[in-house]
Design a binder for this molecule. Sequence first.
Ligand SMILES: C[S@@+](CC[C@H](N)C(=O)[O-])C[C@H]1O[C@@H](n2cnc3c(N)ncnc32)[C@H](O)[C@@H]1O
Length: 293
Amino acid sequence: MRHFSDGELRPRHRVRHVATALNRPPSCRNTAHWRGGRHTIAPESSGARLGVVEEGKSGEVAMRSESDNGDENVNGLQSVVDYFDVQYKSEMHYWWRQDVRYATDPDSFPFSLLTQMTLRLIAEQRPGRALDLGAGEGADSIRLALLGYSVDSVEISNVGAMKILRFAADAGVTVNVEVADVNDYEPAGQFDLVICNGLLHYIENKAPVIGRIQDATRPGGLNVVSLWSTYTQVPPCHAIVPVFCDPEDGVVMGSYRHWMKKLVYFERDKTESSHSGPSHSHSHIKMIARKPD
Ligand SMILES: C[S@@+](CC[C@H](N)C(=O)[O-])C[C@H]1O[C@@H](n2cnc3c(N)ncnc32)[C@H](O)[C@@H]1O
């Protein structure tokens, strides 16, 4: 760590890359180390926006961002990175605000059939490797780490990624966190479980991303998927970033036609309760599927 004249601590190596998700320089990949304390995620250039997160213990985050759109807005819309950076800075826990967020007992999740069923299904197998794509603030990742999984978390928001590190340390577990755009991300090796919770409606070209997820799943492994469907329109409070919902019989369900479905359901026009903001509803595709042996 380096101490700067403004009193902040910043990672020692290639600081400009630490700003990846805030400033998004083209094509970069780096690994930076943090130790406990208050760290500013900031580029060295003046006028940069600062993202400050509190962090409890040491951690490591590998950073990569290759195909996002810089600070320009697309069609007058905010970028997904900017949007989630702001949300994740706004509250300690933007997602999973219940105290049970890291509970490993399925009955702790009467409000989420997907989480409940995931926990019941993985109770039947030994913990192995898990990949959490679009990991947000890391609730799924940390819960799996508590269950003994070796977890790789991928998140495009640098602020979210830092919160995963901090919350994992608070929970006494380690999670490997990478700041990356899943559109470019190549999973390393094979996973027993891949979670893709709330990510795919932010991905326009879903087929190649799903293809890489499926390739990275070991035979017999599980994919857990949740995304917004086109059954209802994206509510105005979310239609401020590019969103690409999928029909209930669209690319996502089609991509899993040869996989064994352990759970599939379509939530339609369900009131959102997992984050704060104006009252609104979403329609979802939710699925747990097992890769054929
Ligand atoms: C709806 S949130 C879900 C967070 C988390 N999975 C959960 O359930 O608590 C979607 C997350 O996907 C991330 N995301 C969106 N597009 C992404 C991309 N192209 N690559 C990686 N992460 C992305 C967002 O930053 C956000 O944290």
